[in-house]
Design a protein around this ligand. Structure first.
Ligand SMILES: Cc1cc2nc3c(=O)[nH]c(=O)nc-3n(C[C@H](O)[C@H](O)[C@H](O)COP(=O)(O)OP(=O)(O)OC[C@H]3O[C@@H](n4cnc5c(N)ncnc54)[C@H](O)[C@@H]3O)c2cc1C
Length: 401
């Protein structure tokens, strides 16, 4: 934990506390709104969609799982703190079993490159966040051959992002304006003003948090000095219903999610409420649209065959158009795979903050980022040590002379 005196440099000119506008009602925007509302802020969230789940956070189901590295690098440490924050939020707001579940996740260590950090000398048998080498029983339960290299992440599980977004937005103190597409933002006196395509004001506040993922770029690029290099990264998952599986296929299902080459999850409700299985995801750069593509189902089928070979070969028929469905979305990425949070330029653009760039880890990172942003604003002890939090600061992209 950081000491209060370690509040980072960007906070020299925090906006006056009270009213906040947030653009974007995905995992990022809802997490920011929730964290601010819990601290007494009056928050208005504006989203261009008609309801929850328009962007990447419409993902039907995904994983909250740690990242491990032999040197326990910055990404690993931040992701671990993020997963912890998400699981805590899920316990507080969601229904276990239908909205999320702490199942543990087995990581098939295909490339052999995932290595656990050296155990903390004080706790030799307890590597951080419950990650260990997978036991022979866990490897067998996943349907993998004995001796397959694999890790076990005990503090991990699946989450349905829409459920988390909806729950966070229900916090008292949050008002949501749906079908409000922000077209432009400008500072008018002490307030940030957000207008739509007709030039009508959608909202005004001294604090504006832009949390509209890759679309943040269109809003922020016109501002002088904006330098956060947000990129789109399209991805598709393939999913189907449990009731379409044969008994033989069901017997091969691992009792927990498996990742390591994409991820496979089963027995989790699909958007229509029936239990389903999921395999994903594809990665496609330089694409700003997210249509569902037939060829991506083939890529996901291949992914499943690599990740869980026996299950992949048994489930081939499930990828026929009669059974398989798809969902695609745009991740918003940054070069070092860490989000951009906090003031964009506290000197040049006071009161304008960002929470974007969650990449492929929005479930694991958005709750932590919302808490970090709110703690910085309210000058609380941040949920991350300054040596880690500085790697998330949006102002890290400013090039000062
Ligand atoms: C295929 C796929 C699989 C994934 N799997 C996982 C996983 O297993 N684990 C994990 O942690 N993460 C996963 N992710 C990543 C995760 O889904 C994202 O990181 C996360 O949803 C991003 O949340 P966000 O709120 O930043 O963006 P979004 O969810 O995209 O939200 C942005 C919101 O802004 C709104 N908006 C945009 N422009 C405007 C505007 N001009 N005015 C008003 N509103 C606007 C949109 O309507 C949208 O609601 C996956 C992503 C994909 C695509």
């Amino acid at each position: 934990m950081a000491s209060p005196s370690a509040i980072p440099e960007p906070l020299r000119h925090p906006p006056s506390r009270g009213q906040a506008l947030v653009i974007g009602a995905g995992l990022s925007g809802s997490a920011v709104a929730h964290s601010l509302a819990l601290r007494g802020w009056a928050v208005t969230v504006i989203d261009r969609a008609g309801g929850v789940g328009a962007g990447a956070s419409g993902l039907p189901a995904g994983l909250a799982a740690p990242h491990v590295s032999p040197d326990d690098n910055v990404l690993s440490r931040i992701t671990r703190a993020g997963v912890e924050a998400t699981l805590q939020r899920a316990r507080a707001l969601l229904q276990s079993g239908s909205d999320w579940a702490l199942t543990g996740v087995l990581e098939h260590n295909l490339a052999g490159k995932r290595k656990l950090p050296k155990a903390d000398p004080g706790t030799p048998d307890n590597p951080p966040n419950g990650s260990t080498q997978a036991s022979p029983a866990q490897i067998a339960a996943a349907g993998l051959a004995p001796g397959t290299p694999a890790l076990w992440h005990g503090q991990a599980g699946w989450v349905r992002p829409r459920q988390l977004v909806a729950a966070q937005l229900q916090t008292p103190g949050i008002q949501v304006i749906w079908e409000g597409k922000a077209q432009a933002i400008e500072r008018r006196g002490a307030l940030w003003n957000v207008t739509d395509a007709q030039g009508q004001t959608l909202g005004q506040a001294p604090l504006l948090v832009v949390a509209s993922a890759f679309d943040s770029l269109a809003l922020l690029k016109p501002l002088p000095g904006f330098a956060v290099p947000l990129n789109p990264l399209r991805g598709q998952i393939s999913f189907g219903h449990m009731h379409d599986l044969t008994d033989a296929q069901r017997q091969l299902l691992p009792p927990f999610p498996v990742n390591g080459h994409g991820s496979f999850i089963s027995n989790v409700p699909t958007p229509d409420g029936q239990l389903g299985w999921y395999i994903g995801s594809t990665f496609e750069r330089d694409c700003e649209q997210a249509p569902v593509r037939e060829e991506d189902h083939a890529a996901n089928q291949q992914r499943l065959s690599t990740l869980l070979p026996d299950l992949g070969s048994a489930m081939q028929n499930q990828f026929s158009p009669a059974y398989v469905s798809g969902w695609a979305g745009l991740r918003c990425t940054l070069p070092n795979r860490l989000p951009a949070v906090g003031p964009i330029d506290s000197e040049g653009l006071p009161g304008l903050w960002l929470c974007a760039g969650m990449g492929a880890r929005g479930i694991s990172l958005a709750v932590l980022c919302g808490e970090l942003l709110a703690a910085w604003l309210d000058k609380e002890v941040p949920p991350l040590a300054p040596s880690l939090a500085k790697h998330l600061a949006a102002e890290r992209f400013i090039k000062r002379p």
